[in-house]
Design a binder for this molecule. Structure first.
Ligand code: BES
Ligand code: MN
Ligand code: ZN
Length: 527
């Protein structure tokens, strides 16, 4: 998608669709300028029609009307934003997603978007760009009918009209560029999630990481079974041993160019990458198995975030650690009753081969801690219990290092991803007690997502760590705002925001420590 800015009245701009977002009640006596302009060009009929059709600017309303040649635009799209008091950029992101879907349905190539007046125009711009780009996403590679449709018009050109009185600045260009990079990377992650498990196997995922790294300028190292054996990742190996597809160990590194920055402790991102979770010998019933190609969504989000982080160039290293494999039943599969030795040395009795994610992640988390990171964030489609607790749209956040949990929650909030802190109470720890080993991999049903988090915690030592259970929000059951049915790419935006936040924190503390700047000499320095 191509984004540009237009100056002057949105209502007079050319483009097939004129999109005007409106807060609740703005269709009344004092409509905002873009609506007033379009309405007067239509001799008052726009507001009459909208009112008669019941459009009030409520948060899920979309109203489309033909301009009958009275405007440059062929149609006007009014987007409800709900009450202004409840506005966040996410409201606008969701609405822009609806606009993109409307544009596609109408086969429009060009669109004019009247950015509404808000407190923070760069944040609004970013939300608009992300919403449009994410809302236009479709996964149709395998539909023959869609292939015939290849030449059907696609939304390619977006003209952004700033609110009245706001002058365009460099910050606005940067917001658009960042929004675009974030949304493209989220769509890239969505593709990996939506591709079938006979395509995205561990090898494919590793290759995708390598290709991405080559384009983005990141170092990517891939190890196979031999390397995993050398690293004594007994839990990872056990989960992988039932599949004919070889497991892959993926390490992606961003290192700052500046030598001093490169010495800062890294941020470690860990993603669950079960390319298909059949449950193993503790086989899942068909209905629960059918979507288990999405059990690698955590790693897709981590890789998608790295794709953005490479362009952000933060002043500290960022590493991604991924253990990719398939969880399959077979004559070589690991069994309930097996006792495994983890990389850390702790032994684990397998009581359910379907609790495989925590086994792989346990070894990968240990490996991550060995790189002495400042913090570890893991993303995993870990438990059905978390979906029961928080539903399809809210990420569960676990961890007992309050400052890091807080940073991640704040990042999620800024990024517009819903996240809720969950307890990681030791009261549940009995659930993992084993008679024959240091612990077992699955306990009682109650508090299932906490038990899983407690299991992971055994492998992170003292490193500040946040575990994000994305089993629910990794896929959407239906179209909503900028989401389609299927992979959502959840986590990309939060991780990117976390790195931006940490960049600001670090630069803030560096500025505080640095000696006062010398008075400028010569003519070039500015105050
Ligand atoms: N990948 C699943 C969790 C999952 C469930 C993800 C639904 C997405 C949607 C995970 O490996 C799993 O099977 N968890 C078990 C754990 C249990 C055996 C302790 C579960 O949640 O039932
Ligand atoms: Mn499982
Ligand atoms: Zn799983």
């Amino acid at each position: 998608m191509n984004f540009s800015f237009i100056s002057g009245e949105a209502a007079r701009a050319s483009g097939e669709l004129l999109v005007i977002p409106l807060f609740d009640g703005e269709t009344g006596d004092k409509p905002p300028a873009p609506l007033a302009g379009a309405n007067s060009a239509l001799e008052g009929r726009l507001l009459t029609a909208a009112t008669q059709e019941g459009f009030k600017g409520k948060s899920d309303q979309t109203f489309v009307v033909h301009s009958l040649g009275r405007l440059e635009a062929e149609r006007v799209v009014l987007l409800g934003l709900g009450s202004r008091a409840r506005y966040t950029p996410e409201v606008l992101r969701l609405a822009a997603g609806r606009a993109a879907k409307t544009a596609q349905r109408l086969k429009a190539r060009t669109l004019v978007f009247a950015v509404p007046e808000t407190q923070d125009t760069p944040a609004a711009l970013r939300a608009v760009v992300e919403g449009l780009e994410l809302g236009a996403y479709r996964f149709e590679r395998y539909k023959s009918s869609a292939k015939e449709d290849k030449n059907a018009p696609k939304l390619t050109t977006v003209r952004l009209a700033l609110p009245g009185g706001v002058e365009k600045t460099k910050e606005h260009d940067q917001a658009v560029a960042l929004g675009q990079r974030v949304a493209e990377s989220t769509n890239w992650a969505r593709d990996l999630v939506n591709e079938p498990p006979n395509v995205v196997n561990p090898e494919h995922l590793a290759r995708a990481a390598q290709e991405m790294g080559r384009e983005a300028g990141l170092k990517v190292t891939v190890g196979n079974r031999k390397e995993i054996e050398r690293l004594k990742m007994g839990m990872f190996l056990a989960v992988a041993q039932g599949s004919v597809n070889e497991p892959k160990l993926i390490h992606v590194e961003y290192t700052p160019k500046n030598a001093r920055h490169a010495k800062n402790p890294p941020v470690a991102l860990v993603g669950k990458a079960i390319t298909f979770d059949s449950g193993g010998l503790s086989l899942k019933p068909t209905d629960s198995m059918v979507d288990m190609k999405t059990d690698m969504a955590g790693s897709a989000a981590v890789l998608g975030a790295m794709r953005v982080i490479a362009t952000l160039k933060p002043p500290f290293p960022v590493h991604a650690f991924i253990g990719a494999c398939e969880n399959m039943p077979s004559g070589t599969a690991y069994r309930p009753g097996d006792i495994l030795t983890s990389r850390l040395g702790k032994t684990v009795e397998v009581t359910n081969t379907d609790a495989e994610g925590r086994l792989v992640l346990g070894d990968i988390l240990t490996w991550a801690t060995e790189h002495k990171p400042a913090a570890i964030i893991d993303l995993a489609t870990l438990t059905g219990a978390c979906v029961v607790a928080l539903g399809n749209y809210i990420v569960g956040a676990f961890g007992d290092h309050d400052p890091t949990v807080y940073d991640v929650l704040e990042s999620a909030h800024t990024a517009g991803e819903e996240m809720w802190r969950m307890p990681i109470s030791e009261l549940q720890k009995d659930a993992l007690r084993s008679e024959v080993a240091d612990m077992k991999n699955s306990g009682e049903r109650w508090g299932g997502s906490i038990n899983a988090a407690l299991f992971l915690k055994e492998f992170v030592g003292d490193t500040p760590w946040v575990h994000l259970d994305i089993a629910g929000p990794s896929t959407s059951p239906k179209e909503r705002g900028y989401l389609g049915k299927g992979g959502t790419g959840v986590g990309v935006r939060t991780l990117v925001e976390y790195v931006r936040r940490r960049t600001n924190q670090l630069e803030g503390s560096e500025a505080a420590e640095a000696p006062a700047p010398k008075p400028a000499r010569g003519g070039r320095a500015k105050g």
